[in-house]
Design a protein around this ligand. Sequence first.
Ligand code: HEM
Ligand SMILES: [Cu+2]
Length: 538
Amino acid sequence: MNAEPTLPERHYLGAGSTVRSWLLTTDHKRIAWLYMVTLTLFFLVGGAAATLIRFELATPEGRMLDAETYNRMFSMHGVVMVWFFLIPSIPAVLGNFLLPLMIGAKDLAFPRLNLFSWYLYVGGGLFTMAAMVAGGVDTGWTFYTPYSSMFSNSHVIATVVGVFIVGFSSIITGLNFIVTTHTMRAPGLTWFRLPLFVWALYATSVILVLATPVLAITLVLLAVERLFGIGIFDPALGGDPLLFQHLFWFYSHPAVYIMVLPGMGVVNEVITCFSRKRIFGYAYIAYSTLAIAFFGFLVWGHHMFVSGQSVYAGLTFSLLSYLVAVPSAIKVFNWTATLRRGQITFETPMLYILGFIGLFLIGGLTGLFLAALAVDVHVHDTYFVIAHFHYIMVGGMVAAYLGGIHFWWPKLTGRMYSEPLGRFAAVTLFVGFNLTFFPQFILGYLGMPRRYHVYPPEFQVLNVLSSAGATILAVGYLFPLFYLLWSLKYGPIAGPNPWRAKGLEWRTSSPPPSDNFVETPVVTEEAYAYSLEEADRG
Ligand code: HEM
Ligand SMILES: [Cu+2]
């Protein structure tokens, strides 16, 4: 037997503990921590707003918040969650930490630029937070014109400036990831030996680089119209409000894949490890990742079925939206086939990932309802839509994020968290999530519109269920915060590879040294060379 594992003598976390050493670090692993801490704070802000929304909706009369405040709450919730949490989360935290480790590199291609993009993220966040403190914004996270440009009297400009700046943080991170993947792979690490998480980051980065500038331009135009009254979107000034929607969704639909592709990447890593099997259909998963990124650019018009665009445009966008479902379905099929006859064990990361697959399926299938023109006309702007995107984003993507955090926690910190508490939190989250959002499908189908704080009493039962579920869900989210913090100091020492996982990141110590590997690793086999025989022996 080996002796008790100990923490390595030199590792990146020990490379200086002053605030200065953190704020000026160019180590991708420390920058990942900077992101993790700031993202978590934003998540708590967005979550506080969600709590108020659900409290308000527990009764039909809307007595707790006035209409104006309610609007500002759901806008703040959406703005913070989408722009400051979901978009950066997996790429900026797990991607930053893992990309160099997974490809056997010492750092990203541009370490200083990486630090700079965190500063942009925080800077943008401060603008938006200042707007929130000053009274908030009431436009919703989509800033639809002409309301946002000519009529709203809330803090639109400051909010939009914040989002604009954060957009540049995304673009820079995307460029950094692309260059790193092209130029810094270890000897022997061909494209088709890359972990699928790296493929996912790569495809995501392409979207970030191509789509985000469109958002940036759109926000500038919005600011110009609002500040100077130049007619771009407002019909009264000769502008076209549909133009805003086209530009906005040309970014924001692909942005959905910025959120979900990295989550799918995490699923690949975790599912093979805890089934002790090669991933089924590696090449299909890699290609379907690229296909999703590509098709994602062609479907933005499905957000505009009732906007008055031509029926032919509507039909085309409807058809194209179905096409995106194909590569997504391929992935789910491949995951199922990977599980088949595997030696499955249910550690915490695996529970989150199985949760992801279930919730993503429900979210994806209800997406097909929305992609069908006629059904969408019925459920447009109802709670059905809210339920659909929360299943994908909150159920799916946040579960993948948490699953990934747990899976790589021993690598991040060198310590283990408590497995029973981890499992308890994962199950709580799954139960709370379904109780919160499943009733919303029914509410929406029955006709409860979104963004209303007063509703007819017959919708109350379902709303109370949803609010009760949200309480359970909140416990599921907050719990990991405590036991993970606890494990930072008291967790048992993990050793380099507690899951007996494949992948270069597991070949270095936990936590890794500042420059990742003592010697540059050489790759001689495909990714995921798990074997069931080895598992039997293990
Ligand atoms: C990661 C977590 C979450 C994210 C990313 C997220 C994201 C969003 C977004 C983008 C909207 C749309 C805002 C709009 O345009 O109207 C929204 C609305 C909403 N969210 Fe969340 N959400 C999250 C968690 C939650 C939780 C935990 C709850 C409940 C406790 C919740 C309840 C709601 C409700 C009720 C609305 C509807 C507001 C309306 O009437 O329009 N969300 N959420
Ligand atoms: Cu879309």
